[in-house]
Design a binder for this molecule. Structure first.
Ligand SMILES: NC(=O)c1ccc[n+]([C@@H]2O[C@H](COP(=O)([O-])OP(=O)(O)OC[C@H]3O[C@@H](n4cnc5c(N)ncnc54)[C@H](O)[C@@H]3O)[C@@H](O)[C@H]2O)c1
Length: 268
């Protein structure tokens, strides 16, 4: 398999290093808008080369991985699926726009490409997927972050909340997943993933808590429905190179790639 990774930051670089070790992966094309980053990463790997543009490689690429930003995802997904190439999306928040999501899903269907969305930084998506076969009553995500994760977020500045001066755990947002994804575009991809699997962006409830004592991002996923009730806690370790990204997010991208290249479907 030949893969293109767009975004060689925290997730993309770990994924590229893992892909380099997978015997099923024959070639890795790396792209990053930061000058020199893709070339530097490629120089440390055996199967990787830097390329300029995702479209250039689509004729000889089997899978594109977007690990860049919501903006990049909005640009790349339509181009990739229109050429019948599969894509793995990490910036899941880009799919909050209903018209965009429906259009790329329909394009993917007609062009026979697949859109893969890893579970990312949260556990419990397996149970949510199964439980959504029946009726769901309530899906709620309570995310707790340390001040570092939310420093400089526009919404906090507009609300006059100085995350670094809070002395106790404080709820800074409570609303729908649609609002959360739009207001915290870099911080709450898991709300998008949970919404896509369960009750959608308008019925999924999200609460964001800033805990001055917390150095990590934790998620409590509460699901209630015909199946019963489930609560899943994830206490993440932040990536050393990007405190906004949980280490588990990169691990989930690596594990998703393994499942795809090895055709392994355990626990689906
Ligand atoms: N699904 C999840 O659970 C989950 C969890 C954490 C992060 N994420 C998301 O995954 C994405 C990557 O996260 P990260 O921690 O690796 O970020 P990062 O900032 O460490 O790396 C992103 C890289 O992408 C590059 N980039 C940005 N726009 C680009 C473009 N248009 N073309 C090419 N390169 C571009 C940047 O230069 C940077 O090197 C982010 O959107 C983040 O919000 C998702």
């Amino acid at each position: 398999m030949r893969i293109t990774i767009v975004g060689c930051g925290s997730i993309g670089s770990k994924l590229a290093m893992a892909a380099d070790e997978m015997e099923e992966v024959k070639s890795i094309y790396l792209i990053d808008s930061r000058e020199g980053l893709a070339a530097e990463l490629a120089s440390k790997l055996n199967k990787a080369v830097e390329v300029e543009d995702v479209e250039e490689e689509l004729y000889h690429c089997d899978l594109v991985v977007e690990a860049a930003s919501q903006e990049a995802a909005r640009t790349i997904i339509p181009k990739v699926v229109a050429r019948g190439v599969d894509i793995m999306v990490m910036s899941v928040g880009a799919l909050v726009d209903d018209a965009f999501r429906e259009s790329v899903a329909s394009k993917a269907k007609s062009c026979e490409s697949r859109i893969f969305i890893p579970s990312g930084a949260v556990c419990g998506t397996d149970g949510l997927r199964s439980s959504s076969v029946g009726e769901l009553e309530d899906v709620e995500l309570i995310t707790t972050k340390g001040p570092k994760s939310l420093t400089g977020v526009d919404y906090m500045i507009e609300k006059g909340i100085d995350v670094n001066s809070l002395s106790e755990p404080t709820v800074v947002f409570s609303g729908t997943a649609r609002e959360a994804v739009s207001l915290f575009p870099r911080n709450i991809n898991v709300a998008a993933t949970v919404s896509l699997l369960g009750m959608g962006f308008d019925k999924t409830k999200v609460t964001i808590v800033v805990d001055p004592a917390s150095k990590s991002n934790s998620h409590e996923l509460r699901i209630k429905g015909e199946f019963g009730e489930m609560t899943c806690h994830t206490y993440n370790v932040p990536s050393p190179d990007n405190p906004k990204t949980s280490y588990l997010a990169a691990m989930s991208a690596i594990s998703a790639l393994k499942r795809i290249v090895r055709n392994e479907w355990i626990g689906i």
